[in-house]
Design a protein around this ligand. Sequence first.
Ligand code: SF4
Length: 382
Amino acid sequence: MKFLSEYRDQKAAERLSRAIWEKATRPWTIMEICGGQTHTIVKSGLEDLLPKDITLVHGPGCPVCVTPIELIDKAVAIAHRPEVIFCSFGDMLRVPGSAKSLFDAKAEGADVRIVYSPLDALKIAKQNPQREVVFFAVGFETTAPANAMAAWQADYDHIENFSLLVSHVLVPPAMEALLSSDKCVVQGFLAAGHVCTVMGYEEYFPIAERYQVPIVVTGFEPLDILEGILMTVSQLEEGRHEVENQYARATRREGNRPAQERIMQVFEVVNRQWRGLGEIAASGFQLRGRFQKHDANRRFPFNGVPAQESPECISGLILQGIKKPHECPAFAVKCTPENPLGAPMVSSEGACAAYYHYGRRQANDHQSNDRVQPELSGTQSR
Ligand code: SF4
């Protein structure tokens, strides 16, 4: 397939849907890791093409959602410093901290700027040698190469007024943390294709083996996801627990070696705090060695008061696949994109935002298989 429209073809989607209906004989719960996949699923109504026994739950793969509230508070405090130009991707601005968001800080006069790349922030640092430019480096393995490159370039060009507030998190340790929880409901994973494009998928083999769980590296278009579900359901029905690659057009087993080398030159693996999930061992990056001079944590020590989450926000349960957004009592009532109580309502990859924007407001909006093609539902008894 060459064109994007081909990955959204309705007839092909119906064929994959039919294959899933024919394959599935029992209830299965499958987690898509990535918030981008969640948005495709909800926007395209893919759950309506599945047997009601196939439950899709939404994983922790939204970088904005899992950035700790303490770090939002720290970002706000740094942004308020008069010498600082604080640069961030746009969707971090409205994420609520304990008391304020970066957007509030901007409204109060802080110099907060939206950029589309860490290299844009580096350019701002070169253009403003009298100011301190800080880039909010959040994300999974996908954005790590560009952030590593920005730190490397700043070091190479001797740009002294540039630093990174790093909150990088890693997918495989989060999957292991979910699987080792006694509350785990996940029986199969759709692994995030873009993470594997960078890191490959060799790390997944021991996880699949240890937890006896199928892991299918999956892309982001509707047909990618339906095919990923079919591959996962096939494994589950056949009692297999293998790592398979649906996203072969972009992902190789070993990933992108030059990108991995740049990442490991600049970052080292550390324990990380995840919003809603707590600390996960060896689940994040921080700057290493000579690059630590570009670490905003060291440049701007911050002794904030302990951070306070909204007691009404159940995003931790949503990020573990235990609850769905519409099961949160605050969803679309006290919590809306205009007045978010938690990050998943404001992030462009947040599950709560997806449910809100695409009209999934009630439990019975899901898997109401009356929207399945008539010939599909007519062939099934469930
Ligand atoms: S709807 Fe709002 S309050 Fe509820 S889990 Fe989502 S972000 Fe948190």
